[in-house]
Write a protein that binds this ligand. Structure first.
Ligand code: 13P
Ligand code: SF4
Length: 328
């Protein structure tokens, strides 16, 4: 007699079906960043860049938002939508930029630069947001900086590569915090030059968190959404991708049947896998399932901190309304 055993709990199909069932049961909205594992992206109600995810969280009517991204993104969801319960599969999903910029040090930096406006990249803690004048994402930063009065001195934290790129793009002198993204910082210029020689017709798409030496070789520099739009709309068939390789899943989905090819640019150690964001990849199907089943970890913020961080975030949402400049 043949006995049908239930699938083992680690089976991705079983985990996926359970996640969808519990998501429905809780009436939860699942938001995912493009750097999540493909199987998580495929279960999400919405996949986007950090600005799109902030907007999606703000307009969400669900009583529960499950955020598959990093902690600062889940914090933004809670700040913008305090009525919703915000869950994140792993509270330790941080960000090297956030870690590089501690609030006490940031406050001292601000004090040392009187008269400067603090324009802060969204990749920071709620405490640093609360000490900032306006928050930006990679897709909104240029638009927002261009809207500041021309003689206004500006501090930009915490990503020095994004800051240097924006200073060049807008012609505005920016005082830069010395933080970097551990993922984008270590793409190998040598490997990229080698790949370009191997694929002479390929176009290079890079995130502005990459160092100048990589951006100088790029045909398109932009946020994750902007890079996706670029590969969708371009006539080219091969793309060298200088950002976290999780995005290649969306590239392949959104260009299915076109024959387009996406090649991840390797890191300095020669391994592509080292370009995976270790923080983003803390979210797995297994801990997403546990999170939905147990209703934790839950993102909580003291109300005074939430309100202080809300102000510069609201400014970002208002100022980023107009159409973004080319190559956002
Ligand atoms: P995007 O805003 O382009 O999605 O970038 C978020 C991020 O963390 C990039 O490393
Ligand atoms: Fe932070 Fe870099 Fe990971 Fe983005 S890719 S979350 S900037 S460490």
């Amino acid at each position: 007699m043949r006995i049908d055993l239930p699938p083992p709990p680690s089976d991705p199909e079983f985990l996926g079906a359970e996640i969808l069932r519990l998501k429905r049961e809780r009436g939860a909205l699942l938001l995912a960043h493009y750097y999540q594992e493909p199987e998580i992206q495929d279960l999400a109600d919405f996949v986007g860049d950090s600005l799109e995810l902030a907007r999606a969280a703000q307009r969400a009517h669900a009583t529960t938002i499950v955020f598959c991204g990093v902690r600062f993104m889940a914090e933004v969801a809670k700040i913008l939508n305090p009525e919703a319960e915000v869950l994140i599969p792993d509270l330790e999903a941080g960000c090297s930029l956030e870690e590089s910029c501690q609030p006490e040090e940031f406050a001292r930096w601000r004090q040392a630069h009187p008269g400067h406006v603090a324009v802060t990249y969204i990749n920071c803690s709620a405490a640093v947001k609360a000490l900032s004048d306006v928050i930006v994402t990679s897709s909104s930063a240029e638009t927002i900086i261009r809207k500041l009065p021309p003689d206004q001195p500006i501090l930009f934290a915490p990503d020095r590569h994004l800051g240097a790129y924006l200073a060049k793009k807008t012609g505005r002198p920016l005082v830069l915090w010395p933080g970097t993204c551990i993922v984008h910082e270590q793409f190998s210029q040598e490997a990229l030059v080698g790949l370009k020689a191997l694929h002479p017709d390929a176009l290079v798409a890079a995130h502005p968190e990459c160092p100048e030496a990589i951006l100088a070789l790029a045909d398109h520099v932009g946020s994750t959404s902007s890079i996706l739009r670029f590969v969708r709309e371009s006539e080219a068939t091969t793309f060298l991708v200088a950002t976290e390789p999780g995005i290649i899943h969306q590239m392949e989905k959104q260009t299915a049947g076109s024959g387009k090819r996406f090649i991840p640019v390797p890191g300095a150690s020669g391994e592509c896998s080292c370009n995976n964001c270790p923080y983003m990849k803390r979210n797995t199907l297994a801990n997403l399932l546990t999170c939905l089943r147990e209703g934790r970890p839950r993102l909580e913020l003291p109300e005074a901190l939430r309100l202080a961080a809300l102000r510069p975030l609201q400014r970002m949402l208002e100022l980023s309304q107009s159409p973004p400049p080319s190559g956002d």
